[in-house]
Write a protein that binds this ligand. Structure first.
Ligand SMILES: Nc1nc2c(ncn2[C@@H]2O[C@H](COP(=O)(O)OP(=O)(O)OP(=O)(O)O)[C@@H](O)[C@H]2O)c(=O)[nH]1
Ligand SMILES: [Mg+2]
Length: 384
């Protein structure tokens, strides 16, 4: 049986005693590479599976076909919000899994795993659009079967996704080097598709704001704080007005990468939003899309008329919802410690700033001037 596990802290799949699985895909943000890994894990376990595509209410029907084609399995489209096709899906689950079955409900966070179980069992369960609403396996009796709710994060105890890379099969440092660089590059290249429309729209709308005298403010936490800082640095070198405000501990202490220092501080969101005028642009960077002060700053800035842009892997999140434009990377799957997502976000930031500068007609001479020291005569120290 497969040892892929669906919990942040390693818990083997087999200890759950699962005899079947429902894999849920969020049609609004399908995250196909990760969905494919869930399906692969279930196939590896040799148990029957049923794939459901949730949030049909948010997409056009052609998305369902695309998801089916790319995953190579039948995907039953449903909407747990409107109830569309839910009775049919319930019948399909009963038909696929006999009485007594222990059915794992799997999928990326926000796919609607807990919503499905709540709907089927009639229980009131905690659901929400913050990544990681469910952080434990929970068992729920339903029609003589057991539905097992799970965490929307895929970890493999044999091939630890806790770190960014899967080094399985690498025979030494040279192999690992090549694997790592190729994986990083793949994360950028698969972002070409998901980010294109958002990127083009963001570029045009940011350009308009800058031309009208506005500026950019960037924000993020942890590794995304570094991306925010890098975007601002590139802007500075290319003459695009830009400030960067983050949970600034992040840049000094990488501790906050893992611990999320100050992410819950609403005052920080207010402080950031105070720096954003109605004619400005706030760019929020968050791999998960769930960083507290970042999505809240976007909400406050949008309320006062600023343009809000999200650079994120997950658009069906509070950050995505508070953004006028989402530039979505597609660098997963990887574990909670992401590398490819950050690389893809850096690439998106570079692409955005360089394109902005080019469209503004930045000359080589100007760009050199922005980089040279600008000396200002100052008083002698000690003279008061
Ligand atoms: N528009 C829409 N929203 C939905 C639908 N189903 C669920 N949601 C919402 O999507 C969000 C995520 O739902 P959950 O059931 O918590 O998702 P989950 O897969 O259990 O997420 P985690 O516990 O974080 O892994 C919640 O805000 C739900 O209300 C749907 O069919 N349509
Ligand atoms: Mg849940």
């Amino acid at each position: 049986m497969s040892t892929r596990v669906m919990k942040k802290i390693v818990t083997p799949f087999e200890t759950l005693g699962v005899s079947g699985a429902v894999v849920m895909v969020n049609l609004y943000d399908p995250q196909l590479p990760t969905a494919a890994l869930f399906l692969e894990a279930v196939r590896g376990a040799g148990i029957p599976v049923l794939a459901l595509g949730n949030k049909l209410d948010l997409v056009s029907p052609d998305v369902v076909e695309r998801v089916r084609d790319e995953l190579g399995v039948d995907v039953e489209p449903i909407s747990l919000l409107t109830g569309e096709n839910v009775a049919r899906a319930a019948a399909a689950i009963e038909e696929r899994f006999p009485a007594g079955a222990r059915i794992a409900v799997l999928g990326v966070f926000n796919a609607g795993k807990t919503s499905l179980i709540a709907r089927l069992t009639g229980k009131e369960l905690r659901v929400g659009d913050l990544p990681g609403t469910t952080l434990e396996f929970e068992e729920h009796a339903w029609n003589g079967r057991t539905l097992i709710d799970s965490v929307g994060q895929l970890i493999d105890v044999n091939r630890p996704f806790m770190v960014g890379y899967d080094f399985t099969g690498c025979e030494g440092p040279e192999d690992m080097f090549e694997r790592a660089l190729r994986l990083e590059a793949e994360g950028i290249l698969s972002t070409l598709v998901t980010a294109r429309n958002g990127f083009v729209e963001a570029l045009a709308r940011i350009g308009e704001r800058i031309a009208a005298g506005g500026k950019i403010v960037t924000t993020g936490a942890g590794a995304s704080a570094l991306v925010a800082e890098e975007i601002a640095g590139q802007c500075y070198e290319t003459g695009v007005p830009c400030l960067c405000i983050t949970n600034s501990m992040a840049q000094a202490l990488p501790v906050s990468f893992a611990k999320g220092t100050a992410e819950e501080e609403g005052g920080l969101a207010r402080y950031i939003a105070d720096s954003v005028g109605p004619g400005d642009v706030l760019i929020g960077i968050s791999a998960s899309g769930g960083t507290g002060f970042v999505y809240e700053a976007l909400r406050l800035a949008r309320d006062k008329g600023a343009l809000t842009v999200a650079i994120t892997e997950n658009r069906d999140t509070p950050l995505g919802k508070n953004a006028d434009v989402v530039v979505k990377s597609n660098a997963k799957p990887e574990g909670p410690s992401s590398t490819r997502v950050q690389t893809a976000h850096l690439a998106l930031g570079h692409a955005l700033v360089c394109s902005l500068a080019a469209l503004r007609g930045l000359t080589a001479e100007e760009s050199i001037r922005y980089m040279l020291p600008e000396k200002i005569a100052t008083k002698k120290m000690g003279i008061k």
